[in-house]
Design a protein around this ligand. Structure first.
Ligand SMILES: *Cc1c(COP(=O)(O)O)cnc(C)c1O
Length: 826
C-alpha cells in the first residue's frame, strides 16, 4: 500500500492546467483506447477527454464519500426508475471550472466543445419531466452539498429514438451504450443478490416464535454502475448508482453437464432482460410483469446497499430514520416499503410494531399526477407470483390500516373499500399510491396547485385520516445546465451585469429588473436571442436537414406528445392562421415559426396521429407561397435533453397550454422563462407560480382555470355546440376533416376529430380555443412593440429565480428530509 494521500495522487494525475489536460488526453488515447493520438477522430477525442475529466472527478468523489462517513451524515436516497441525464461533457466541464482550459485543449485538436459533445450519446434513461427532475435534483444536491445518492436502473436501451417517416413517428432502439460510456464505473465487486418468485414459508425460529421466510426463490445479481455527479465548483461529487442485471450464475451446471448447453444459457439471458429497456410510457401504468420485476430489482438492491452502509455504523435499528431518508419519485419504487419491512422482520427479527415505526419514518413519497390511468396498480395474482412474501406483508399493513380506519370512522364501509390498499374486486389489485401514502411520513405534490388538487381528489380520504401528511414542493430546474451551459451569450451578458453568483443563487436574477427598460441592455438581450436562433438554424440544418428562418418569431411547443398537453390546440391555431392567410395574405402581421418536438408512447394511437397532423399541416403550410411568408411549421425529430438545450435558448414564445388541472407542475415552462421566452399558458401547474413571480402582464394567460374546468364538467360539456358557434373554429376543424392536409384523405384525421366530438373532448380543447386564439393575437400585438416585448423577456428571466432546483432541494432538505448542506472534510 503506497503511503501517499489521495491528494498527492490527484496532483499527479489531475492537473487542471491546459498542459496537464492535453497530456492526459493523449495518455488516455494511448493506454485506454490503444490508439495513436496523432490520428484522433472526433469520437475518440471525446472519449479520452471524458476519461481525463473523470480522473478529476474521482478524487473529489472519494473525498465526498469519506466525508459522509466520517461525519455520520444523514443521507438522502433518491429512488427513481428514471434519470434523464442527457450529455455530461459540457456539464462536467463547467462544474469542474475548466471550461476555458478544455476549450483550449480542444482547439489544439481543431475541435470546439460543441463539436466534441456532438460525439456523446444522450443518457436518455427517462421519458420526460419526471426523469429530468431527478437529474436536476442530483445536480442541486451535489452543488449544495446535501449528502445523498441517486438510485435507478442502468437500462441498456433508453428512451427510443424517434424518426419521422412520411410524417409519422417511427421508433428505433436507443443503443446509447454501443460505443461504451466513459463516465461510468462498473463495480462488479459490489453486487447484490436479488430474489424473485418462489413462495412464502412459515417456520419456528430457535427463540420459539413463528416466523416467515421467502423460499425457493430465483436469483439475479444487481451490479452497481456508478456515474459521478459533480457539484458546481465546490469539490463535491455525488453518485448516481444504476443497477445492471446479471445472471446469478453464468451456467446452470446440472443442465450444462447433461449436455443441454442452450438451456443452461436461458437463465442467464432471462436475467439480463431485467435491465434491458426503459418502458416508453409517460403517465401510463401498463401492468406488465417485467416492469414490476424492474421495480423490485432496483429497489431491493438499493435497500440492501442502504442497509450495508447503516450496518457499518453498528447502531440500533431505531436509528435508521436518523441516518437515511428514502425519497420515492412516484410510486414506481414504492415496493421499497414492504421490502424494508421484510428485511427488518424476516432477516433482523424485529417485531412488527417496531419495524413499522422505523419504516414509516424513513419514506417520503412524491406524487406527480392525478390522472387515473397513471396511478399504478398491480394485479394481486401477478404480484403474488413475483413477490409472494411482499404480498403477505402488504396484506398485514392493510389489515392494520383498515383497523385504524374503522376505529376512526366506525361503520363507514364505503370508506374502507375506497381506502383499502388491496382493491377488492373480481381481479383484485394492489394500489401502489395508497401503499406509498400509508407507508410514508410525508407526501408531496409538485406545485402549489397540484399539492392542493391531490388533497381534494385522489387523497381526500387520506387527508381526513392523516391531515398533516400532505404538502407540496414546487419543482425546479438546474440553472447550470438550463442557462449557464445551454445559453452562453445570455449567461455572459447576465454575469457581466450582476456578477456570477446567480449560478448558485438564482434569486439574484432579480437584479436584472432595473435593466429591463434600458435600451442598450435590451439591444444586447435581443442580440443574444438572435445568436441562439442562428445556432438553432445551423443545428436544425445539419442534424435534420430543416431550413428555418432565423429572424422570425419562434413559437415553441416541445414536450411529450399527450392529449392533455394539447398540441392539438396549437395545431388548431396554426390552421386558423392558415385560413386567415388564404383569405388575405396581409391578415397576419407577424412572421411566425411554430416549432414542435416530442415523442409519443409507441402504443398511444391518438398521440401518434397528432404527430402526423402536425407534419401534414406543416407540409401544406410550408409549401404554400400564399401562406409561408408569415407561417411555417417545423417538427424536430427525436426530442431529448441535448435538443432541448438548443431549442429553448432560441425561443420567443413558450407554449404551456395543458388543460388546467392536468399538468402537475411542468418543468419545461421554467426552462423557457429562465431563457427569456414569454409564456402563453393556462393557469395550470407551476405556470401559476411563474405568473406570480414574473407578473401576469408579462405572459399570455388564457382559458379556464381548474375550478372552471371542474364546473364545466359538472354542468355538462358539449363540444359540438362550441364548434357550431365559432366560425374560425368550425373552419379549422372542417379543413382538418376534409382532406386539405391529407391529400384528400378524409379518414386520416377522423380519429382525432372523433376524440373531440364522440369522445367528449376530454381535455376541453374546443372550450379553450377562442380564448387561446385571442391570446395569440395579443402575442402578435406585443411582438410588434419590440421594446415592450424585450422588457417582458428580461423580466421573465429576472423572475425565474424561484424555479431553481436548488430552491426545491433546500425545501425538501429542510421540510422533509431533515438534512443540511455538509462541509467537506479537508
Ligand atoms: C424538461 C424536459 C421535459 C419536461 O417538459 P414539460 O414541458 O414539463 O413536459 C421533457 N423532456 C425533456 C427532454 C426535457 O428536457
Amino acid at each position: 500500500m503506497p503511503k501517499k494521500d489521495i491528494a498527492e495522487f490527484l496532483e499527479e494525475i489531475g492537473g487542471m492546467d491546459v498542459e496537464s489536460l492535453v497530456n492526459c488526453v493523449c495518455r488516455h488515447h494511448l493506454s485506454y483506447l490503444g490508439r495513436d493520438y496523432g490520428r484522433t477522430d472526433l469520437f475518440s477525442l471525446y472519449q479520452s477527454l471524458a476519461y481525463t475529466l473523470r480522473d478529476r472527478l474521482v478524487g473529489n468523489w472519494i473525498k465526498t464519500q469519506r466525508s459522509y462517513y466520517n461525519q455520520r451524515a444523514k443521507s438522502v436516497y433518491y429512488l427513481s426508475l428514471e434519470f434523464l441525464t442527457g450529455k455530461s461533457l459540457a456539464s462536467n466541464t463547467i462544474s469542474l471550472g475548466v471550461e476555458k482550459e478544455v476549450t483550449e485543449v480542444l482547439e489544439k485538436f481543431g475541435v470546439t466543445l460543441d463539436e466534441a459533445e456532438g460525439a456523446e450519446a444522450d443518457a436518455g434513461l427517462g421519458n420526460g419531466g419526471l426523469g429530468r427532475l431527478a437529474s436536476c435534483f442530483l445536480d442541486s444536491m451535489a452543488s449544495l452539498g446535501i449528502p445523498g445518492y441517486g438510485y435507478g436502473i442502468r437500462y441498456e436501451y433508453g428512451i427510443f429514438k424517434q424518426a419521422i417517416e412520411n410524417g409519422e413517428q417511427v421508433e428505433a432502439p436507443d443503443d446509447w451504450l454501443h460505443s461504451g460510456n466513459p463516465w461510468e464505473f462498473n463495480r462488479k465487486g459490489f453486487m447484490f443478490t436479488v430474489r424473485l418468485y418462489g413462495r412464502e414459508e412459515q417456520y419456528t425460529h430457535e427463540d420459539g416464535s413463528v416466523r416467515h421466510r421467502w423460499a425457493d426463490s430465483a436469483k439475479v445479481m444487481a451490479v452497481p454502475v456508478d456515474m459521478l455527479i459533480p457539484g458546481y465548483r465546490n469539490g463535491n461529487v455525488i453518485n448516481m448508482r444504476l443497477w445492471e442485471a446479471q445472471p446469478a450464475r453464468r451456467f446452470n451446471f446440472d443442465l450444462f453437464n447433461s449436455g443441454d448447453y442452450i438451456r443452461s444459457m436461458e437463465d442467464a439471458v432471462r436475467s439480463q432482460t431485467i435491465s434491458k429497456v426503459l418502458y416508453p410510457n409517460d403517465r401510463l401504468s401498463e401492468g406488465r410483469e417485467l416492469r414490476l420485476v424492474q421495480q423490485y430489482f432496483f429497489v431491493s438492491a438499493t435497500i440492501q446497499d442502504m442497509m450495508r452502509r447503516f450496518m457499518k455504523l453498528k447502531l440500533d435499528f431505531s436509528e435508521l430514520p436518523n441516518r437515511a431518508v428514502v425519497q420515492l419519485n412516484e410510486t414506481h419504487p414504492a415496493i421499497a416499503i414492504p421490502e424494508l419491512m421484510r428485511i427488518l422482520i424476516d432477516e433482523h427479527m424485529l417485531n412488527w410494531d417496531v419495524a413499522w415505526r422505523i419504516c414509516r419514518r424513513t419514506f417520503a413519497y412524491t406524487n406527480h399526477t392525478v390522472m387515473p390511468e397513471a396511478l399504478e396498480t398491480w394485479p394481486l395474482d401477478m404480484m403474488r407470483k413475483v413477490l409472494p412474501r411482499h404480498v403477505s406483508i402488504i396484506f398485514e399493513i392493510n389489515r392494520r390500516f383498515m383497523e385504524d380506519v374503522k376505529s376512526r370512522f366506525p361503520g363507514d364501509e364505503n370508506r374502507l373499500k375506497r381506502m383499502s390498499i388491496v382493491e377488492d374486486s373480481d381481479s383484485p389489485q394492489v394500489r401502489m399510491a395508497w401503499l406509498a401514502v400509508v407507508g410514508s411520513f410525508i407526501v408531496n405534490g409538485v406545485s402549489a396547485l397540484h399539492g392542493e388538487l391531490i388533497k381534494k381528489s385522489i387523497f381526500q380520504d387520506f387527508v381526513e385520516m392523516y391531515p398533516g401528511r400532505f404538502t407540496s414542493v414546487t419543482n425546479g430546474i438546474t440553472p447550470r445546465r438550463w442557462l449557464r451551459q445551454c445559453n452562453q451569450p445570455l449567461s455572459e451578458l447576465i454575469t457581466e451585469k450582476i456578477g456570477e453568483d446567480w449560478v448558485t443563487d438564482l434569486a439574484q436574477l432579480r437584479k436584472l429588473e432595473p435593466l429591463a427598460e434600458d435600451p442598450e441592455f435590451q439591444d444586447r438581450w435581443y442580440k443574444c436571442k438572435l445568436k441562439e436562433k442562428q445556432r438553432l438554424v445551423e443545428y436544425a440544418r445539419s442534424e435534420y436537414g430543416l431550413y428555418l428562418p432565423a429572424d422570425w418569431m419562434y413559437d415553441v411547443h416541445v414536450k411529450r406528445i399527450h392529449e392533455y398537453k394539447r398540441q392539438l390546440l396549437n395545431v388548431l391555431h396554426a390552421v386558423t392562421l392558415y385560413c386567415r392567410l388564404k383569405k388575405d395574405p396581409n391578415s397576419v402581421t407577424v412572421p411566425r415559426l411554430k416549432i414542435f418536438a416530442g415523442k409519443a408512447a409507441p402504443g398511444y394511437f391518438i398521440a401518434k396521429r397528432i404527430i402526423r397532423l402536425i407534419n401534414s399541416v406543416g407540409a401544406v403550410v410550408n409549401s404554400d407561397s400564399a401562406v409561408n411568408h408569415k407561417l411555417r411549421i417545423a417538427f424536430m425529430p427525436n426530442y431529448r435533453v441535448s435538443q432541448a438545450e438548443r431549442i429553448i435558448p432560441a425561443t420567443d414564445l413558450s407554449e404551456q397550454i395543458s388543460l388546467a388541472g392536468t399538468e402537475a407542475s411542468g418543468t419545461g415552462n421554467m426552462k423557457f422563462a429562465l431563457n427569456g421566452a414569454l409564456t402563453i399558458g393556462t393557469l395550470d401547474g407551476a405556470n401559476i407560480e411563474i405568473m406570480e413571480e414574473v407578473g401576469r402582464e408579462h405572459m399570455f394567460i388564457f382559458g379556464m382555470d381548474a375550478d372552471e374546468v371542474g364546473a364545466r364538467r359538472h354542468n355538462g360539456y358539449n363540444p359540438s355546440e362550441i364548434a357550431s358557434t365559432d366560425q374560425e373554429l368550425a373552419e379549422a376543424l372542417h379543413y382538418i376533416g376534409d382532406g386539405t392536409f391529407s391529400e384528400g384523405d378524409r379518414e386520416l384525421f377522423r380519429p382525432i376529430l372523433d376524440t373531440l366530438f364522440n369522445g367528449g373532448d376530454q381535455y376541453m380543447v374546443l372550450a379553450d380555443y377562442r380564448s387561446y386564439v385571442d391570446a395569440q393575437d395579443r402575442v402578435d400585438e406585443l411582438w410588434m412593440d419590440c421594446k415592450k416585448w424585450l422588457r417582458s423577456s428580461i423580466l421573465n428571466t429576472a423572475g425565474s429565480g424561484h424555479f431553481s432546483s436548488d430552491r426545491a432541494i433546500m425545501d425538501y432538505a429542510r421540510n422533509i428530509w431533515g438534512v443540511r448542506p455538509m462541509k467537506m472534510d479537508k
